[in-house]
Design a protein around this ligand. Structure first.
Ligand code: GFB
Length: 313
């Protein structure tokens, strides 16, 4: 990428978007364009087209999305489908009309079939039924991938898609009901420690396996892909390693200093049993994550201690 060309980061206040802005600044980008959702509602196509006409960015990274954990996804499926579909369609089609040189669309590993062979290769897309708890989000993200692929095929646009595994990092959402598992466990265990609780109940059976990556590593991967990847279809971004929710809970407990017993509430959903990404392709481009899970957990807990009161909840 030309470091002096305009680049629009959609979703710059989110965990991933803010990590991308930090990485762009560190790489010397001088013209980073952002809008809050109050300034620009990405579900409003006319507003998005007017924004592109005004700013005319050379590059776009689409990190704006309605996101949430298993419970939020499962209980607000219309909002997850509609908002993500509308935002993706407007940002991608607006970029096509505005002649954007390169666009990166971000999704998630939940696009793959619930029982995809592990580790999951990019070619597993649309080979089987989706996991019910995140079907709405997945359908919107699959549509976004296809918009990028077909914009390339039909109009010659250099639009690419990348699908990261489960992400965590600074500025995450720590809601007890709506967040993803890692920030939820940090908050639940921190609060249980302060109360002196001897027990803590977590959701599901604790047996599902998940692959985690720090948002700062994903941001580095995004910059590398903008420079070096230009193909139809999507590419996986992952650490290449997974662990069970029970093992994750034990790591979080050690980080937070919660010494009580862990119990699991199997009336809550497990979600997909496993979604380990095959990362052969992105590793072939020379990218590797730098932040291991133990180090990343310590950093996020420190961030939570410093910002807990203002953390998104
Ligand atoms: O991170 P998470 O909400 O989402 O949950 P998914 C992962 C696993 O952790 C599930 C368990 O098996 C949960 O039952 N879990 C245990 C908990 N305790 C908790 C808790 O207190 N809170 C939460 N949230 N989970 C999401 C998708 O799936 O992954 C999204 O719904 C997206 O669409 C995202 O793809 C990356 O990994 O199951």
């Amino acid at each position: 990428m030309d470091r002096t060309a305009k680049i629009y980061v959609a979703g710059h206040r989110g965990m991933v978007g803010s990590a991308i802005v930090r990485a762009l600044q560190a790489a010397g980008h001088t013209r980073i364009v952002v809008r809050t959702s109050a300034e620009l509602d990405l579900r409003d196509g006319a507003a998005v087209r007017a924004f592109y006409a005004q700013e005319q960015p050379a590059y776009v990274i689409m990190a704006a999305a309605r996101v949430g954990g298993i419970h939020h996804n499962a209980t607000a499926p219309y909002d997850f489908l509609y908002d993500n579909l509308a935002m993706s369609a407007n940002v991608i089609d607006g970029a096509r009309h505005a002649g954007v040189q390169k666009l990166l669309f971000l999704g998630s590993s939940c696009i793959y079939p619930k029982f995809a062979p592990q580790p999951i290769q990019e070619s597993a897309l649309l080979t089987g039924p989706l996991e019910a708890t995140n079907e709405a989000y997945a359908v919107a993200k699959i549509a976004g991938i296809k918009l990028c692929t077909f914009a390339r095929q039909q109009y010659g646009c250099d639009f690419i898609s990348a699908m990261p595994c489960n992400l965590y990092g600074l500025g995450d959402n720590f809601s007890l009901q709506n967040s993803h598992v890692l920030p939820a466990l940090i908050r639940k265990m921190h609060e249980a420690k302060l109360r002196g609780d001897g027990h803590l109940k977590l959701w599901g059976t604790g047996t599902p396996l998940r692959e985690f990556l720090h948002a700062d590593d994903v941001a580095e991967a995004c910059l590398m892909l903008m420079d070096r990847y230009s193909e139809a279809g999507h590419i996986n971004i992952g650490s290449g390693e997974d662990l069970s929710i029970r093992e994750l809970a034990q790591k979080v407990a050690a980080t937070v200093g919660f010494t009580g017993q862990l119990a699991f509430d199997s009336s809550m959903p497990d979600g997909t049993p496993r979604k380990l990404m095959d990362v052969t392709r992105i590793q072939g481009l020379g990218w590797r994550p730098r932040i291991g899970l133990d180090e990343g957990l310590r950093g996020v807990y420190a961030w939570y201690l410093a910002h807990g009161a203002e953390a998104r909840q």
